[in-house]
Design a protein around this ligand. Structure first.
Ligand code: FAD
Length: 432
């Protein structure tokens, strides 16, 4: 979906290289992209004819076990951090696909299996070191450049190139994991049950539901292949006996099929979706929040899969809240923490000739649901054609973000991102 040919790719080996790269690109007035894992759905990790500052050689992680912290370099993938921290039975809460870049994910917020228990990824960063647009090395912590520290936790790659993150770690080696499928009327019923169940659920429970059409799988009866279905992943990160009771309650509702459950090592959890989202596939997303999920919206979501042009398209639903929802909304630049239901419409296909049909399917479904949605969007789930939604993503944080941007990148050198720029219109609704 994103095919661009940079003029030069600078594969930096250390901080001095990054600094030299920023100074040279800035002096030449070159269009400049910064690439960590290259997973930006909007294609911001590359550019046409310009400079790509590639951080993939900078994947060092140093764990301080007694302090339960780690220093991770700016080119790390999620899997790099997981591998290093699990050696000590420690975790950093991040995303669900291990080949995603840690920098892009953390700077935009970072949601994953442990968000309800431990907060967003950006909530678990204690310090940043970055190279700003003029080539200076700057540190940001709670007591050093606090405005920048605030902005970097959710504000994306707008303020400079992060060379090192100081991460807060937590003890965890395994979780209780359950997956199941549902078909027919059971999909509608379970979504309503989930909607009413999650607001009271403990923070240890993460229950995500994806709507899709059934793939060919040895777990699913062959006559159900191609039928609309829901795929559930339930993760319990806490006492297994208590978790078992919650699982029983969830699985006792309706008629789940192909149930698989058991205790899995944390690294298995973190890599189980890796092959589901392979490199080289074509993706297009639209995302947003719901304060409440109306029966009618649920019905429309399910119905849309009767006409999905790709068997891989999904509508992912997650319930936020938990630790991430308890952090004050002024503490970080991350968008809305208060709205519980997050929807990510993920178009996923392989045939380039099917681009138009799949993009249209995502857009049509999004447009039909939009009136029931709340203002706001998570920047890391946005596509490249949604620049006008960036102020919406930040709501009442927008003006403060603009001030920090002006202080650290007045020329908007770092603009290949969900861009915080004065040229963007002020959010239609300031606040929520
Ligand atoms: C398969 C897949 C799974 C995903 N799963 C999740 C998930 O579970 N949870 C979630 O929250 N998100 C998820 N995402 C979205 C993901 O958070 C974003 O795509 C994120 O931008 C990826 O970061 P990256 O470093 O790989 O991307 P890149 O394309 O390398 O960069 C993305 C942006 O970050 C900037 N950037 C990169 N490195 C730095 C740096 N060191 N300093 C400053 N700016 C930098 C870039 O300039 C660019 O604007 C997923 C995406 C994909 C494709």
């Amino acid at each position: 979906m994103v095919q661009r040919t940079p003029g030069v790719v600078l594969r930096c080996a250390d901080v001095a290289d990054i600094r030299a790269a920023v100074r040279a690109a800035s002096a030449a007035g070159a269009l400049t992209a910064v690439r960590c894992g290259g997973h930006s759905l909007a294609g911001f990790g590359t550019c046409h004819d310009g400079v790509v500052i590639d951080l993939s050689r900078l994947r060092g992680v140093a764990v301080d076990e007694p302090r339960r912290s780690a220093r991770a370099q700016g080119g790390c993938l999620l899997g790099t951090i997981d591998d290093a921290t699990q050696c000590f039975g420690l975790v950093f809460p991040s995303g669900v696909v291990s080949h995603t870049g840690a920098s892009g994910l953390i700077l935009g917020g970072g949601t994953g299996w442990l968000t309800r228990l431990l907060g967003l990824s950006c909530d678990n960063v204690e310090g940043f070191t970055l190279i700003s647009a003029d080539g200076s090395l700057v540190r940001a912590r709670v007591d050093e450049n606090p405005d920048l520290f605030w902005a970097l936790r959710g504000g994306g790659g707008n303020f400079g190139i992060v060379t090192e993150f100081e991460l807060k770690l937590h003890a965890l080696k395994s979780v209780l994991l359950c997956t199941a499928w549902r078909f027919g009327d059971d999909i509608y019923r379970v979504l309503r049950f989930w909607r009413d169940f999650m607001p009271q659920a403990p923070d240890e429970l993460k229950w995500n539901i994806s709507l899709r059409v059934a793939p060919r799988s040895p777990d699913i009866p062959s006559q159900l292949f191609g039928q609309p279905c829901s795929s559930e992943s339930i993760v319990w990160a806490g006492d297994e006996t208590v978790g078992g009771r919650y699982l029983k309650q969830i699985l006792g509702f309706g008629d789940p099929l192909a149930i698989k459950k058991g205790v899995v090592p944390f690294l298995r959890l973190q890599t189980m979706a890796d092959t589901e989202f392979p490199h080289g596939s074509r993706y297009y997303t639209k995302s947003g929040y719901f304060s409440s999920l109306q029966d009618e919206s649920i019905g429309r979501m399910i119905k849309s899969f009767d006409s999905s042009p790709s068997s891989e398209n999904q509508l992912e639903l997650a319930f936020f809240g938990g630790a991430a929802g308890k952090i004050s909304e002024t503490e970080t630049a991350f968008g809305d923490r208060s709205t519980p239901f997050i929807m990510n419409l993920l178009g996923h296909w392989t045939d380039p000739f099917a681009d138009a049909a799949n993009v249209a399917w995502v857009r049509t479904l999004f447009t039909s649901l939009r009136p029931e949605m709340k203002s706001g969007v998570y920047v890391n789930f946005m596509s490249g054609d949604e620049q006008n939604r960036v102020p919406e993503a930040y709501g009442r944080r927008w003006q403060r973000l603009l001030r920090v941007k002006r202080a650290y990148d007045p020329q908007n050198f770092f603009h290949l991102n969900q861009n915080i720029a004065a040229t963007n219109p002020a959010p239609a609704t300031v606040g929520f």
